[in-house]
Design a protein around this ligand. Sequence first.
Ligand code: FO1
Length: 335
Amino acid sequence: MNPPSEATSAPSRVAVLAGGVGGSRFVRGVRAAFPTARLDVIVNTADDVTLHGLRICPDIDTMLYALGDGIDPAKGWGRADETWSIMDELKTYGVEPTWFALGDRDIATHLVRTQLIAAGATPTEITTALATRWIADPALHVLPMTDDRVETHVVIADDREPSGRRAVHFQEFWVRLHAEPEVLDVVQVGLDTARATAAVTEALTAADLVLIAPSNPVVSIGPILGVGGVRPALRATNARVIGFSGILGGAPVLGMAHRLLPAIGVEVAAGAVGLHYGPRNRPGGILDAWVMDTADAGAVESVRAAGLSALAVPLLMSSPEDTAGFIRAGVEFVA
Ligand code: FO1
């Protein structure tokens, strides 16, 4: 890919909105694109779950493990070189749930987090503490989207219920039920009262570039945008706000967004997701530009016609350098 043109001055502060697995790959590309910028990575916490008495924050932990080279590279989540003695013992005791795989090393993170919560620390303070181990880069900050409790629950069809429906935690929907049941609604419990932390709003307003990672629009980016104060900060910031599609050719590259988008009335298509986030000159809109994969180049005209600048470039995150290439292409496009 071509080096950044002089015309595009490198940003000094970049804020990124991201989920877990795809989000961490994207952030590695952001660092490769802008080696000297301060990066504030605003991470979804609506995936969080309490199991076996431990508070588990999958997207935060995935981001820390991935950026700290402790991630299991095959799964994209959990720790490398993991062992499963504790889970084996829990199974032997017949203790549920056993469908959520917690490795011994990973459990240490949940023990530290749970102890710090009991000691009164906030999620932001806890993440900062955990990051001292995982993040060597002093200019990279991992921030929970809020310090308030938010949990995504999925309402699924269940004909064993008199009402014909049942709500399950997102993790049960994804991990135990493999996103198979029909989704009737997605509810982010607590989101209506959750507030962005001061660190998050400061990061968004002080940034000269904001990037929306190609994470799940419903359960990763959606909750972040729904936290009180985030959309107003995105609409007020002087930063350019550029979003990247995780839907390529009508399907998500990772995960189960195709099972959730219809439940919120959004077509499983790159252009539809961009218009769902919306152009900043439209009420509630947040984007200055929407970047889709070349597979969706056919959607560029209709997205532009709807008032949102759009670009189509190869979006596969096959390496941090490739990711950096398309990020720079998006930045130069809005420059
Ligand atoms: N994903 C799975 O598909 N199966 C699991 O057993 C599983 C366990 C798990 C434990 C800790 C953690 O941080 C993540 C874990 N994940 C698992 C991934 C997780 O469900 C997803 O990464 C996010 O919540 C969705 O982005």
